[in-house]
Design a protein around this ligand. Structure first.
Ligand code: NIG
Length: 396
C-alpha cells in the first residue's frame, strides 16, 4: 500500500522547518476503514501531510517514535455544558437512592452560575477544557444554558467562545422559575438570541417534558435558523418527546440523547442527514435505558458519541470512558465506537477539518498508552491517554 499525500511529499516536507514524522505506531485508526498496522504519518504545520506504511515514510525535520502504541484521531466531543458553577452531587446521590432525573435541577446550577464572577466562570471552564484535553479530546463543543437571562446567556456565550471550538446557544434549556413559558420563549427568540448571536454557531433546545414542548422548540429553532445558526436538539431523553421527528423535519445537524425511539424515529434518522448523538455516561448517571445505538447503526443512521459533561446528568468529560462504554454496554464494535467519537462528532458539528486522520485535515492526534485501541473497553477507567496533539502541536 502506498501513502497518501496532498502534495509531492519529500520535496515539500524537506523544505519545511515544522514537519514531524511519527513512527512506531502499532495501529493507526484514521476513521476511514480498518486500522493500518506499522503505519507512520507526517504532520506539517497544523495539518496532516502524509499517512501510510512506515517503510514508505518521507523524511521530516523531527521524528517522534510512539514505541508500539495505538494512535487515533483526537476525540470530537460534540455535546457538553461546561460553563457553570456549583455542585449537584447531592442530587446525584438522591438519584442513586431511587429518585428520577427531572429537568428542574438545571435551575439549581443557574443560581450558582449567576453568582459567579466572569473570572471564576472562565477559570472553571478552562480547567474543564484542560481535563477534556488530558483525555484525548481535541475538538470541543459547549453550550450556554445556565444563565437564562439576556445578560447571563450573553456572558456565558462570550466566555465559551474564547475557550472552545464550537458554541451552542441553549437559552431554551428550561423555563426559569416564575417565568411564563410563552413569554420566556419570546425572550429567547428575541433579545436573548440577538445578544448571543455574535458568539455562537448553533442554537439548541431541550425538547422534553418539564422543559420545552415540540411547538415551543420549533419556535426557538426557527428563530435560530433565521439568525443564521445551525440547529441541534436535546430530544427523546426522558420519553417520546417528539424531538427526533422535529430534528429530522427541520434538518438539524444533530439530535442528542435519543434514549426513547419509536420505529418511525429510527427510520426517520436513517433516512436523514441528522446525526443521532448518544451520551453513554449520561445514560449511566441518570439510570436511563441506554440509547439504542445498535438499532440506529443497523438501520443505517449516523451516530456520534459525546460526553455531555454537565453537573446534572453526566459529570465526566472522559471520551475514553464513553467510547469504552458504548462497546461494553451498547454493543458497538470498536471501529464503530471510535468513528462515532471522532468522525461522527465531526459530522454532528458539520466539520470536515477534524475527526479523521488524512492529509489536509487538522493534525489532532490521540496516542493511547496501549498497543491496541481495544484497551479502551478492555481497561475501562484506566489512564490510557499517552499523548495529545492538537493542530500539529503536542499538548500532552
Ligand atoms: O444534556 N438535558 C438537558 N441538559 C443536560 C442536563 C442539564 C442539567 O441537568 O443540568 C443534559 O443532560
Amino acid at each position: 500500500m502506498t501513502g497518501v499525500s496532498t502534495r509531492a511529499p519529500s520535496a515539500r516536507l524537506n523544505q519545511l522547518p515544522s514537519s514531524t514524522l511519527i513512527t512506531g505506531i502499532s495501529e493507526l485508526w484514521t476513521s476511514d476503514g480498518p486500522p493500518l498496522r506499522d503505519a507512520a504519518l507526517v504532520i506539517d504545520g497544523d495539518t496532516f501531510a502524509w499517512v501510510g506504511p512506515a517503510d514508505k515514510a518521507p523524511d521530516a525535520d523531527a521524528r517522534v517514535d510512539v514505541e508500539g502504541r495505538a494512535v487515533l484521531p483526537g476525540w470530537v466531543d460534540s455535546h457538553t455544558h461546561l460553563v457553570f458553577d456549583g455542585d449537584r452531587s447531592a442530587e446525584f446521590e438522591a438519584r442513586m437512592a431511587g429518585q428520577r432525573y427531572a429537568a428542574g435541577g438545571i435551575t439549581v446550577t443557574t443560581d450558582a452560575t449567576r453568582a459567579a464572577s466572569d473570572d471564576r466562570l472562565a477559570a472553571l471552564l478552562r480547567q474543564r477544557v484542560r481535563e477534556a484535553r488530558a483525555g484525548g479530546t481535541t475538538c470541543l463543543e459547549t453550550k450556554t444554558g445556565y444563565g437564562l437571562t439576556v445578560d447571563e446567556e450573553a456572558r456565558a456565550a462570550r466566555i465559551a467562545a474564547a475557550e472552545v471550538d464550537e458554541v451552542s446557544f441553549l437559552g431554551a434549556h428550561v423555563v426559569p422559575r416564575g417565568a411564563d413559558p410563552d413569554e420566556y420563549v419570546a425572550l429567547v427568540t428575541g433579545d436573548m438570541l440577538a445578544a448571543v448571536r455574535d458568539y455562537v454557531r448553533w442554537i439548541d433546545v431541550f425538547c422534553e417534558e418539564g422543559a420545552f414542548d415540540v411547538e415551543q422548540s420549533r419556535r426557538v429553532l426557527d428563530a435560530g435558523r433565521r439568525a443564521g445558526l445551525g440547529l441541534r436538539i436535546h430530544g427523546n431523553q426522558l420519553g417520546y418527546s417528539g424531538g427526533v421527528a422535529l430534528a429530522v423535519e427541520l434538518g438539524a445537524a444533530s439530535v442528542d440523547h435519543v434514549n426513547f425511539l419509536s420505529h418511525d424515529d429510527v427510520e426517520a434518522l436513517a433516512g436523514s442527514d441528522t446525526v443521532a448523538t448518544i451520551l453513554p455516561a449520561c445514560d449511566l448517571s441518570t439510570r436511563m435505558p441506554f440509547a439504542p445505538a445498535r438499532r440506529l447503526l443497523d438501520a443505517g443512521a449516523t451516530i456520534a458519541i459525546a460526553s455531555n459533561c454537565n453537573p446534572g446528568t453526566s459529570f465526566t468529560s472522559s471520551m475514553n470512558f464513553c467510547v469504552g462504554t458504548a462497546v461494553l454496554q451498547q454493543h458497538l464494535t470498536l471501529d464503530e465506537a471510535i468513528r462515532a467519537g471522532t468522525a461522527g462528532g465531526a459530522k454532528a458539528l458539520r466539520r470536515s477539518d477534524v475527526g479523521r486522520i488524512a492529509p489536509g485535515l487538522r493534525a489532532d492526534l490521540h496516542v493511547l498508552d496501549a498497543p491496541a485501541a481495544i484497551h479502551l473497553a478492555y481497561r475501562p477507567g484506566m489512564p490510557l491517554t499517552h499523548q495529545v496533539w492538537r493542530a500539529g502541536r503536542r499538548e500532552i
